[in-house]
Design a protein around this ligand. Structure first.
Ligand code: ATP
Length: 635
């Protein structure tokens, strides 16, 4: 479909070189992308858009790329959109003169505020011609909206949003609305943006300047460019750094220019599940590995900067520094002499100083989430360090775990009950490892993480170099599932006034949709049901989102997908009703989990970090294999 490789630029009017990129240009690109589903075509569309921007107004490439990813700043800066429906509807009402009630009704029908807004604007007669929106203006306004706090901030936000909507026309309105909601939903994955960026920069520098003709090696160079841009971004997840460098230096020596550094958190390396010590021994037959206690707390990436500043980042690269003033104040004293900067990967757990025992995860969650004052700290914490990604200016992510562990030992002076190195054991002896696993559980941890010693640190990857070995798996319970609550049924009898059951879903990254996986209605105490209802009420929406996939019966109440729960289930089964992992195991059928029980609320995970359809399908297949094995043993 060659004609799909480009989109109509005729609506642009007079965009001259050096002048701000018209927002209409981006909206047209979004629209062209939304109509395609093939990754290659989408990439090509985006490459063309980026090349045009680089050729005409390179200084706008940064906001253009940000808007494509639905972000307005690197995640560690914490400046995010994700404006609630209520404000958006009020702003739309203000901008169009349509009543709240009518707009709400339309939202109920379509499930998509973008559509409602476009329709409301298109039927509106305007008195005078507004000047066209530009990308830098929209971007700046988004940032202003996201950073507003305090007195009357809701009204001020509504005011700005309403102005944006008033100036928008045609397809711009819908994309502004969706961007404000926090997600464009046009099937544009971050990896695609990175690939397109790499291609655009390469082509623009080589072919664009006609220095080189298109030659046979081009495909290879494009592939190399994509790899190096993806690599750079995974080590330094900041478009500000990446794009500035690409525009100035192109792809040459990108690795040396954009790399990991203290102050910019990377997404943590993650582990894959495994079913037991023997499986580990099989998988790592010829590979050296080590086992560490798997502490049950919260991931903490601690950045100690040369200027003495300490920052702590969560699993999602959110800035958690103000949650742990106790850690911030003591850490600098625990560096060995000569250490000027370091980045440590750690698990922070609640700790009882009286009994000198680790406390359960639930205790940790009772700590306030931000702006904690040192004197108010009641739940003490202990930091278990298990990795070192950076030391005295040296990037260590590409060194082996053996080397990184050495660096860790040389960086910190452990102190009992405050900062310790994760307990570990290196052995190949089945019996010895079983004992170590038992010990880990007795010590109040979840089990072990098994790591290969010669592997590098792979940011944001669920790597097969790290395997998690939880005691639970061995008891036949299998791993837990992370799911998001999208609906609920009203309680009856004793449960009147709270919800009695909930609809759970998982997120499908490719389809950009939430797929129902199960209903949960048992195992809750009355107190817990009340707490859950209180935490969910603020997320109630009038109707299911257009990107929710579910069967019947439908819940009484719908929620914006926000609250992530970790649940345990009796087993995984093929389901004609639930939509999770549809077609992955059996054509036309989804996968469901049976008899789920809530283990805990996962405030450290976002709605898009649920168990994925692929993971679910894998778990189903594993279970089938295990059951098959059991049956064979019984026979
Ligand atoms: P996932 O998305 O991988 O399911 P999760 O948050 O549900 O993540 P688990 O998979 O159960 O957690 O375990 C991985 C987490 O265990 C890490 O993200 C980290 O927070 C924690 N952890 C505890 N001890 C260690 C350790 N020694 N090494 C690595 N991670 C550890």
């Amino acid at each position: 479909a060659a004609h799909h490789n480009t989109f109509d630029l005729s609506t642009l009017g007079t965009w001259q070189a050096g002048k701000p990129v018209p927002f209409a240009f981006l909206a047209d690109a979004f629209e062209a992308i939304a109509q395609e589903s093939g990754r290659l075509v989408i990439t090509r569309l985006l490459v063309n858009a980026f090349r045009t921007v680089i050729a005409l107004t390179p200084q706008d490439l940064l906001p253009v790329v940000y808007l494509c990813t639905g972000q307005i700043a690197p995640s560690h800066e914490g400046i995010e959109l994700g404006i609630g429906d209520a404000i958006l509807i009020k702003a739309l009402s203000q901008a169009t003169g349509k009543s709240d009630a009518i707009l709400k009704q339309q939202l109920k029908e379509s499930g998509d505020l973008g559509i409602v807004a476009t329709k409301a604007r298109s039927t509106q007669r305007t008195m005078f011609k507004m000047s066209a929106l530009t990308v830098p203006f929209v971007f700046k306004t988004f940032r202003d909206i996201a950073s507003m706090e305090g007195h009357k901030s809701q009204e001020r936000k509504r005011e700005l949003i309403s102005k944006l909507l008033t100036s928008s026309k045609d397809n711009e309105t819908g994309y502004i609305m969706r961007a404000l909601q926090g997600k464009l939903r046009i099937g544009l994955a971050e990896q695609t943006v990175l690939v397109a960026l790499a291609h655009a920069v390469l082509l623009q520098r080589e072919v664009g300047n006609a220095k080189k003709a298109v030659d046979a090696g081009l495909a290879n160079r494009l592939e190399e460019a994509s790899q190096s841009v993806k690599q750079a971004y995974s080590q330094c997840p900041s478009y500000d750094d990446l794009i500035g460098t690409l525009l100035e230096h192109g792809l040459e020596n990108l690795k040396d220019r954009v790399h990991f550094r203290a102050g910019i958190p990377v997404k943590p390396m993650l582990a894959k599940p495994t079913t037991g010590v023997s499986e580990v021994l099989n998988k790592f037959e010829d590979i050296e590995f080590t086992c560490e206690y798997k502490y049950d707390g919260q991931r903490a990436q601690v950045h100690l900067m040369e200027n003495g500043k300490v920052s702590i980042y969560s699993r999602n690269a959110e800035n958690d520094t103000s949650k742990f003033p106790d850690v911030v104040s003591v850490l600098p004293q625990l560096l060995r002499p000569g250490v000027t900067s370091a980045v440590l990967d750690c698990e922070v757990v609640a700790f009882d100083r009286g009994t000198q025992q680790i406390r359960p995860f639930q205790v940790l969650t009772t700590r306030a989430r931000k702006d904690v004052k040192l004197e108010d700290v009641k739940v003490h914490v202990l930091l278990f360090a298990f990795d070192c990604l950076f030391l005295n200016g040296d990037v260590l992510v590409e060194k082996t775990l053996t080397e990184r562990r050495k660096a860790l030992e040389s960086a910190i002076e452990p102190r009992q009950g405050v900062l310790q190195v994760a307990t570990s054991k290196t052995s190949r002896d089945l019996a010895e490892l079983e004992v170590f696993l038992d010990d880990s559980v007795a010590a109040g941890t979840e089990g072990l993480i098994v790591k290969t010693l010669d592997s590098t640190y792979e940011p944001s990857k669920r790597s097969s170099h790290w395997l998690k070995l939880k005691k639970d798996y061995m008891e036949g319970a299998g791993d837990t599932f992370d799911v998001v609550v999208i609906g609920a049924w009203h309680g009856e009898g004793k449960r009147t006034g709270v919800f009695g059951a909930f609809l759970l879903a998982i997120y499908d990254d490719d389809a950009e949709e939430y797929q129902a996986i199960s209903k949960i209605g048992t195992g809750f105490s009355e107190v817990l049901l009340k707490e859950l209802a209180d935490s969910l009420r603020e997320h109630i929406i009038d109707s299911p989102r257009s990107y929710y996939k579910f069967g019947k019966p439908e819940p009484h109440v719908w929620f914006d997908a926000q609250k992530v729960w970790e649940v345990k289930a009796a087993d995984i089964s093929i389901s004609p009703k639930h939509q999770a992992a549809l077609g992955l195991v059996e054509a036309g059928k989804g996968i469901s989990i049976r008899f789920p029980r809530l283990v805990r609320v996962r405030d450290d995970k976002t709605a898009e970090q649920t168990t994925s359809p692929e993971q679910l399908a894998d778990m189903y297949r594993n279970q089938a294999a295990v059951n098959h094995g059991k049956q064979a043993a019984d026979d």
